[in-house]
Design a protein around this ligand. Structure first.
Ligand code: COA
Length: 326
């Protein structure tokens, strides 16, 4: 059966490293609390004046280079992000212009942390219909500008960064995306949300700091995240006729090491088969999976024939999983 194949990956993050000790200096928190409760040791953040495309363009270029695809060959650019350079144009259009992808159509997917997995799923559906297409799927955020630096319950969790993958279709055989599942439950929106800037609370007079920063109910989100990702993994594996024991590497959304460990326990997958880089980047929202996938590929943890599972969850709520044979 013809499948959608990832030809190349790339990733990038801003150069400024912010450690837990740096956060101790500005918040009522500690390196010990952050490390024990989340697994995060440091994260990257843009400098003042820094923007999304500063690191997303290099990430996309690296993916194109690995794929040996020129920007002019791209037909479609799907960007998973809630923090593009501007509210309009979309991040997809910004990437199209900056990469020089002249014939590509660009758009964004608003699925918060699930943006990259949603994007892969959409790309897969396009490629099933038109296997000759070349599609760039990107995911990444500048979340640091959307944090309340007086709220220790959210400020310590996130970081900036992202990655990308170039896909095409039509390869016969085992290789490629075997199954992909995406889900939403909008009734759970208030577990994780960014209230301002939409039509309900537009920018302008009376716009409060709370309106421009991430609001979260962490405890509840933790439980829903684990259950929903486990369900999505089960569904994706079932659809492909695989079991969890067949998976060579799980590359999960990097929101919290304890969430990752609990998910691995539920799936009965040993942690040696789970890729973790949250200690270096924190939660980069839609950036976590493409960043981790790219690192895993470049480190040789993902090799030709590897069965790779990508589970995710995020604001919306949204969640899903992609299963692919590398
Ligand atoms: N530093 C020090 N103490 C902190 C703190 C921080 N950064 N943040 C919270 N605390 C305190 C709380 O105030 C609370 O104190 P109290 O017991 O005196 O009331 C205590 O630590 C425990 O807080 P709690 O919220 O129960 O901790 P937790 O074990 O649930 O961990 C999260 C909190 C946020 C790390 C965890 O719930 C989580 O990761 N949830 C999911 C979040 C997520 O994934 N978000 C992104 C989704 S894409």
């Amino acid at each position: 059966m013809a499948r959608s194949v990832i030809l190349g990956t790339g990733s990038a993050a801003p150069g400024r490293v912010v450690t837990n000790l740096d956060l101790e200096a500005r918040l009522d928190t500690s390196d010990e609390w952050i490390t024990q409760r989340t697994g995060i040791r440091e994260r990257r953040m843009v400098e003042d004046g820094g923007k999304w495309s500063d690191f997303m363009v290099p990430a996309c270029r690296a993916a194109l280079e690995m794929a040996a695809v020129a920007p002019e060959e791209l037909d479609l650019i799907i960007a998973g992000t809630l923090t593009p350079d501007m509210f309009m144009p979309s991040g997809g259009c910004t990437l199209q212009a900056l990469l020089g992808a002249k014939k590509a159509t660009g758009f964004d997917v608003a699925a918060a942390c699930s943006g990259f997995v949603y994007g892969l799923t959409i790309a897969d559906r396009f490629l099933r219909a038109d296997p000759g297409m070349k599609i760039l799927v990107a995911g990444g955020e500048v979340i640091s500008q959307r944090l309340d630096w007086e709220d220790r319950t959210t400020a310590v969790l996130f970081g900036d960064g992202g990655g990308a993958a170039v896909l095409t279709g039509g390869e016969d055989g085992e290789r490629g995306i075997l199954s992909s599942r995406i889900y939403s439950d909008g009734s759970l929106w208030d577990l994780l949300y960014l209230p301002g800037g939409g039509s309900q609370t537009p920018y302008g007079e009376g716009f409060a700091k709370k309106d421009n920063t991430i609001q979260m109910r962490g405890n509840e989100l933790f439980k829903v995240a684990v259950k929903s990702m486990a369900r999505a993994c089960r569904d994706a594996l079932e659809e492909a006729g695989c079991g969890a024991e067949d998976v060579d590497l799980v590359i999960p959304h990097q929101a919290n090491l304890r969430i990752i460990q609990t998910l691995a326990g539920l799936m009965k997958v040993p942690m040696e088969k789970v890729y973790v880089n949250i200690h270096k980047y924190g939660n980069t929202s839609a950036g976590t999976i493409p960043l981790a996938l790219d690192e895993a590929v470049r480190e040789g943890r993902v090799q030709r024939g590897s069965l790779v599972l990508l589970p995710v969850f995020g604001g919306g709520l949204t969640w899903g999983a992609v299963l692919l044979r590398w």
